[in-house]
Design a protein around this ligand. Structure first.
Ligand SMILES: [Zn+2]
Length: 1008
């Protein structure tokens, strides 16, 4: 604790390769002034934009990028959290910049309006997101007596236009607000450092002592946002995506003080249980639900909370939503009639202790962020680390008291669906997101008293968990100085390849394992590809009760369709790992299609593919880019069509064919001996006894090379309501396994990323999403820039190209010292060590799965980067990013164009109106532009305008023809439009297959 009341926690970790810090300020958007929604969030944004000591608006981010760092922040209901990480030797300088946020921010007036626009596009990105819409609906329909209802993001209107109309100065109000709510005594600082505790303490005291202490009492929000007026009601809401959900919310107390017993967490363990006898198990048997979760502790803020139960309904479940709610209340009645026994609590307590004891490290910036938030909670200071994890005291009376409050009368229900629910119309519209909803009294069927667990004999409290690890012995007792960089190949036959690395550095009783099942039948056609997907979904579905128990016991698994096979991966305590592998592969082998589950899982998958079309445009561009440059790839539309043809009968045939001919590649890494790894792999092979693949079938997939030229692939954004357009501009560089080229690309990508962001997002305000980075395919690489904006595609493309022209000058003007900084940043990122065992397992697996087996790449890269000069980078940039006779540009731009017209496009109608001699009312035109009409809507408006002025059919036709032209965007100069994607793909050259790059004595050729 500093003299100014600022509390700091310092973690010294001599091994860390990143230092980090986070500040948690105990104020968030629930403290926004009523007339400026979003002010706390706005304040968070402006903190980054310069301080008295470091006035340049991008000083902080630029400093961090140059020193392998990054930063972020978020604004919650009652807290604002800022965090960054940086190369350890630069912590002092970074921390000094960071401290200035809280000492002397300038809130530069030149940034204020621009940043209001940045917040506006952040919010506009959320407008079509159901998560955000439901969150705000929950708030907006709560009691106005409680601060919970507030809208926290803000937009241009709340942060700029409205305040200006009303004649007050936002910046002035912001400074006042900040002075009212920011104070040293409500700030919690967490620092992760490589240096000693003493040295860092001294540094922190020096740097943070000037933060002013205003001796504030942090805001707290007692009482519940759900009062008698809101409870006992059901909200019916129309969702954007095709989802069907049921949510039960109970007012709950803030349990921060009950950290030792965590009654809410224990109850959510029971209510949200997915094993035998659980609510979900029952609902799935009835075909009413696909998933469920329950929880408390994360839904509220200081002074209040909610207990929430969320059910992911099936179509039938939606029709039976009242029955679904009744089952939940029957389970709650069971908890009342048969209070949970102490052993059940002790099981949870034991697992919580294990989880804390063998907790793996997370990246320093997230550790710092989490620690600073924990410090803001009322935990005793000697338990700050363990309190969020461990529960130790059984508190049956409190549990009983809480269960007693979980009645229908004390609950609010939300039912959401894209399709109408029981013929309802939605009378109301939520203010900020436009979400349509209606509120009704809760149905009598749910309210009816006397819910009795006896009506549902299937329901029962969970049995003891058989998968809790017993053997926690660590087999390797000695940590080696230099951990091995790669696994050993233990076995290589036509059927299988077995890799193993026994842990030599973490010394914990955990392991990771991967099994890749390759078969030529896995994606021979769009139909077989979706059949494979159905198979993986059905297997996971059929194992859910079992895998849920495993997950509770600290052992999780994934079973997914990978690009070239089916991937089974596991992570957790190694004691029961082999048991879980055995259960999964036996289920694969013996799976009998359950027709009822088939229908439900099929429906779920169809909705998932369909819903993806509603995802934001920037998520589509990457997928389109991958499709266009991969030899075997099926577009989403084809898969969706094929999915309709999958039947239980043809799925059975597909599975038999697929499992009959397979190659199995596996890796076991961790607290597992060589013999155990071999035994595990042998038992998997024994289960299937597959036929071998031919040499040709075993080769990796292939990428397609982007040909010379500037190519443009465009299509409309599928969601007609989305105002945003996304552009991915990909510049192809060359062979992924050219070490020189790869080093140049990574340094160049680091140098240009911050200037690009600063130019397109901060200065030109194209939109919230501006990002760039290397994109690597199976065998080639290049650089991509992604921008999502409310401007149109050709404009965005032209801005990116203008950036390249300007950057040429900037790069040439850079000093050698600047270049060295970026090189250093790349090197330290390449050499960054794994933070935990799972990260190491995954990295080893990526090298195996890629087919290149290049385990030493990052060390080699670091050496190559060291030798690069500025001249190398300048020549790299001019060679690959500009057209020349020696080497033409290879560029592929993907545009997802919003279906809505931009104000700029509508503005081009001016001359057409002039020609007709029509004078349009400017206010009316401005309103039309603001509504972002589609072409069809603009036509209706245009016709109305002319008719109102008494114009005839000829004039109307003339104007409508002009509007129609807006449907077709121009093709930027020098670009060639790809009219038929499939035809274009079929003409491309295939890049080489992946193949092992290094020679290891134990590696191929096969040793049998
Ligand atoms: Zn933000």
């Amino acid at each position: 604790m500093l003299e100014n009341g600022l509390e700091a926690i310092i973690v010294s970790d001599p091994k860390t390769d990143k230092a980090a810090a986070a500040m948690d300020v105990k104020v968030g958007h629930l403290s926004d002034p009523e007339d400026i929604p979003g002010l706390a969030h706005f304040c968070e944004h402006l903190m980054f934009m310069g301080t008295e000591k470091y006035p340049a608006e991008n000083d902080y981010t630029e400093f961090l990028t140059q020193h392998s760092g990054s930063s972020n922040a978020f604004t919650g209901m009652d807290q604002t959290n800022y965090f960054f990480d940086v190369a350890p030797q630069h912590l002092e300088a970074a921390l000094d910049r960071f401290a200035q946020f809280f000492i002397a921010p300038v809130f530069d007036p030149s940034c204020t309006e621009r940043e209001a626009n940045a917040v506006h596009s952040e919010n506009s990105k959320n407008l079509q997101s159901d998560m955000w819409r439901l969150y705000q609906l929950d708030k907006s329909t709560s009691s106005r007596e409680h601060a919970f209802w507030r809208f926290g993001t803000g937009d241009r209107k709340t942060l700029w236009d409205t305040p200006r109309e009303r004649g007050f100065d936002v910046r002035k109000r912001l400074i006042e607000w900040c002075e009212k709510h920011y104070s040293a005594n409500v700030c919690k600082l967490a620092v992760v450092t490589k240096d000693s505790l003493d040295a860092t303490t001294e540094l922190v005291v020096k740097q943070f002592s000037p933060v002013v202490n205003r001796a504030l009492t942090p805001p707290t929000f007692p009482g519940s946002p759900l009062t008698a007026a809101e409870l006992g009601k059901t909200i019916f809401v129309k969702t954007v995506k095709d989802t069907r959900l049921l949510e039960l919310s109970f007012p709950w107390e803030d349990e921060s003080d009950l950290y030792a017993s965590k009654p809410g967490q224990f109850l959510s363990h029971l209510v949200g249980h997915e094993g035998k006898g659980s609510v979900l198990s029952y609902l799935k048997q009835r075909g009413w639900a696909n998933g469920m979760s329950a929880g408390a502790g994360t839904n509220g803020a200081s002074g209040f909370d909610f207990f929430k139960i969320h059910v992911d309904l099936t179509k039938e479940g939606l029709a039976h939503y009242e029955d679904v709610a009744s089952v939940i209340f029957a389970y709650i009645a069971l908890l009342r009639q048969h209070p949970p026994a102490e052993w059940a609590f002790l099981e949870v307590a034991q697992l919580s202790k294990l989880a804390f004891r063998f907790k793996e490290k997370s990246p320093p910036s997230s550790s710092a962020s989490r620690l600073s938030m924990t410090m803001s909670r009322p935990y005793p200071r000697d338990k700050v680390l363990s309190a969020p994890w461990i529960c130790s005291e059984f508190y049956p009376q409190k549990i009983a008291d809480l269960v007693a409050t979980m009645t229908p009368q004390n609950c609010r229900i939300t039912v959401g669906s894209k399709a109408e629910i029981g013929g309802r119309t939605y009378a109301e519209k939520e203010e900020w997101y436009g979400t349509e909803f209606t509120i009704e009294p809760m149905a009598d069927k749910i309210l009816a008293p006397g819910k009795d667990a006896a009506e549902y004999p299937e329901l029962a409290l969970p049995d003891p968990n058989a998968l809790i690890p017993q053997d926690l012995e660590v087999k390797n007792k000695v940590k080696v100085d230099k951990p091995a960089r790669r696994p050993l190949n233990l076995r290589n036959t036509p059927i299988s390849r077995v890799w193993h690395k026994q842990d030599d550095r973490w010394l914990i009783p955990r392991a990771g394992a991967f099994f890749l099942f390759r078969s030529p039948h896995i994606d021979a056609s769009a139909l077989s590809s979706v059949q494979t997907r159905m198979f993986t979904e059905l297997i996971r579905d059929s194992l859910q009760e079992y895998s849920y128990e495993a997950e509770l016991a600290g052992l999780s698994y994934n079973f997914d369709q990978a690009a070239d096979g089916i991937l089974l991966s596991l992570d957790g305590y190694n004691d029961k790992l082999a048991v879980l592998v055995d259960v999964v592969v036996k289920r694969m082998k013996e799976y009998e299609v359950d027709e009822k589950r088939f229908a439900l899982v099929h429906d779920q998958l169809v909705r998932m593919y369909e819903n993806f079309r509603l995802e934001q445009p920037y998520q589509h561009v990457g997928m389109d880019g991958a499709h266009l440059t991969t030899a075997v790839s099926y577009p989403l539309e084809d898969k969706l069509a094929a999915l309709k043809d999958v039947t239980p009968a043809n799925l059975r045939e597909h599975v038999a064919r697929m499992l009959g001919t397979m190659h199995i590649e596996s890796l076991t890494h961790g607290n597992v001996t060589k013999d155990e790894a071999l035994r595990l792999a042998a038992s998997v092979e024994e289960t299937f006894k597959p036929k071998a693949l031919t040499a040709e079938e075993l080769k990796s997939r292939q990428a397609l090379v982007v040909p010379p030229g500037k190519w443009l692939a465009r299509r409309p954004v599928p969601n007609p309501l989305d105002n945003n357009t996304a552009v991915e501009q990909f510049t192809y560089v060359g062979d992924l396994y050219d070490d020189e080229l790869r080093a140049r690309l990574s340094v160049f990508g680091t140098i240009m990323s911050e200037p690009l962001f600063d130019d397109l997002r901060a200065k030109q305000q194209l939109g919230y999403i501006v990002s760039s980075g290397a994109r690597k395919s199976i065998a080639f690489m290049g650089l991509r820039v992604i921008v999502q904006s409310e401007r149109d595609g050709p404009f965005i493309e032209s801005r990116i190209n203008a950036f390249w022209d300007e950057f040429k000058v900037k790069l040439e003007a850079m000093s050698d010292a600047d270049i060295e900084k970026y090189k250093e940043a790349v090197i330290s990122r390449k050499l960054e060590d794994h933070k935990n065992m799972w990260q190491e397992s995954s990295a080893l697996w990526v090298d195996i799965h890629s087919g290149w087996y290049d385990f030493e790449q990052r060390w080699r890269d670091a050496e190559t980067v060291k030798k690069l000069t500025k001249a190398d980078l300048v020549s790299f940039f001019s060679t690959y990013f500009f057209d020349s006779a020696d080497r033409p540009l290879h560029r592929l731009s993907i545009h997802l164009d919003s279906q809505r017209l931009t104000p700029e496009a509508l503005g081009t109608l001016g001359p057409a109106l002039d020609k007709l001699g029509v004078e349009a009312d400017p206010a009316q035109m401005a309103a039309l532009a603001k509504s972002r009409p589609t072409v069809d809507a603009a036509k209706v408006a245009a016709e109305q305008l002319l008719r109102a002025k008494g114009r005839g059919d000829d004039d109307v036709k003339q104007l409508l023809d002009e509007v129609e032209k807006l449907r077709t965007l121009e093709v930027p100069q020098g670009y060639e439009l790809i009219e038929d994607r499939e035809q274009w793909r079929s003409g491309l050259e295939k890049a080489p297959h992946a193949h092992p790059v290094a020679e290891y004595s134990d590696l191929f050729p096969a040793k049998l």
